[in-house]
Design a protein around this ligand. Sequence first.
Ligand SMILES: Nc1ncnc2c1ncn2[C@@H]1O[C@H](COP(=O)(O)OP(=O)(O)O)[C@@H](O)[C@H]1O
Ligand SMILES: [Mg+2]
Length: 254
Amino acid sequence: MPFLKARSIGKQFGAVTALAGVDVDIRRGEVLALLGDNGAGKSTFVKVLAGAHRPTSGTLEIEGAPVELASPQDAAAAGIATIYQELALSENLSVAENVYLGRESVRRILGVPILKRAEMRRRVDELLAELDAHIPDPDLPVGGLSGGQRQAVAICRALNLDARLVIMDEPTAALAVAETRKVLSLVRNLAGRGCAVVLVSHNIADVFEVANRMVVFRRGAKIAERRRDETTPEEIVAFITGAHPSLRSLEHLG
Ligand SMILES: Nc1ncnc2c1ncn2[C@@H]1O[C@H](COP(=O)(O)OP(=O)(O)O)[C@@H](O)[C@H]1O
Ligand SMILES: [Mg+2]
């Protein structure tokens, strides 16, 4: 059973059809890439999964049960974490504090809340090690970290919130080559831990490196779905640009 099943998802913004009839299955232990030209509907779909947009039509199921994700809190409670490009990290807080933001471990002594600092630090070290994240000192502020290290912190935070589906919107767009490599390996490690991962990316090389499956959106519709081992970068690019022969009849209806 897939972790999440989206069926016939549609989203209208007034007269604009951002999504129409989208069926997608998202599986544990798998990296699913979402591809498509600007305006294809990728971010809108991600926001539906993140509880940030209510779909106009269609249904979502998580582990076989129908769900309504009416808010980001609903999505978080369902185990869905979304890491947007502009990472919501606090620059002047430490790595460890950022990982625990919103989920501080508190113990009460005579009714007074005491942060379980040592326990939090242990857990952060564990998560960073599991992801092989290479952050030298988790007690230093996030402000001094590189883009790739910031992605690692955001991923650790998602895991610390028990995310079962992690969605990343263009995580490598602003990164240098070495950093991109590191983030892609974090993405693989996430799936290796059994997480479902959705990766939105414009970078075909990145996608072919980490994704098990690829879904292409065009003008709000899902026009192709391929396993990595049954397609090529050329075919995927042809779907994205609309040049793929199988799309000709569709384009006429356009
Ligand atoms: N909040 C919004 N209000 C109105 N139109 C929107 C909104 N968000 C997205 N759209 C429109 O929906 C379509 C899909 O956009 P989007 O999901 O951002 O595409 P992508 O992420 O693939 O570039 C576009 O035509 C876009 O202009
Ligand atoms: Mg987008």
